[in-house]
Design a protein around this ligand. Structure first.
Ligand code: HEM
Length: 183
């Protein structure tokens, strides 16, 4: 802060802001769009660690950040994910998309991956249990992947997920598991 913005209070101590230094309490976040409210438990930024595996590859550990953001005027959640090698921090896979919850408890998700793969996922959520399960309806521009499922669960404030995939050589089984905390 520049000295131009500093003032002194009645004790002569410098203050960061003019106007007595009293800080107004932060306004509560606006209520989400009614369509998004049942999935409000996802909203925010999450960070954690995961492990990847598949019968055809060596297991690996990764760090991950997820951001579920939302504007109260829109019935949609924006989603971005980035991952990095746990040991070195070097970027790995990233993806982004949109989640569209429906009043009947179903949800549609579109995701574009940094590998060029595009997904349309459909599934359901349970607002009480704080779970979401998704299955690919469409996997596009993929040379090996035939099917993808994603299952999310919030337990004791921690978000966990399992991503499974089926490829041209391998039946549906886990590729990713992670546990994230809200930051
Ligand atoms: C739905 C999301 C994802 C899909 C569909 C996907 C798909 C694949 C496929 C098809 C393979 C090759 C398997 C084979 O050759 O049999 C693979 C390998 C791999 N994936 Fe993923 N992946 C996903 C997410 C991720 C993420 C988030 C990471 C990193 C955090 C990751 C890291 C890797 C690594 C390290 C390999 C092994 C590569 C190698 O050994 O050359 N994947 N993935």
């Amino acid at each position: 802060m520049t000295s131009r913005n500093k003032s002194r209070n009645r004790n002569g101590d410098p203050e960061e802001m003019e106007g007595g230094g009293a800080t107004a309490p932060a306004a509560p976040p606006p209520a989400p769009h009614p369509a998004v409210a049942p999935l409000a438990f996802l909203l925010g930024k999450w960070r954690g660690e995961g492990e990847g595996s598949f019968p055809t590859i060596s297991p690996f550990r990764y760090g991950e950040e997820l951001l579920f953001s939302h504007h109260p005027s829109k019935p949609v959640i924006s989603y971005t994910q980035r991952t990095w090698k746990a040991a070195s921090g070097e970027p790995m896979h990233a993806e982004s998309g949109y989640w569209r919850p429906r009043p009947d408890g179903s949800v549609e998700v579109v995701i574009s991956q940094s590998t060029g793969l595009a997904e349309v996922q459909k599934g359901s959520f349970d607002a009480e249990k704080k779970t979401v399960t998704l299955q690919s309806e469409l996997v596009g521009n993929a040379s090996k992947v035939k099917q993808i499922t994603r299952a999310f669960q919030l337990v004791d404030g921690e978000l966990s997920y399992v991503v499974q995939m089926a490829t041209i050589t391998t039946s549906l089984q886990p590729h990713l598991k992670a546990l994230l905390k809200k930051i």
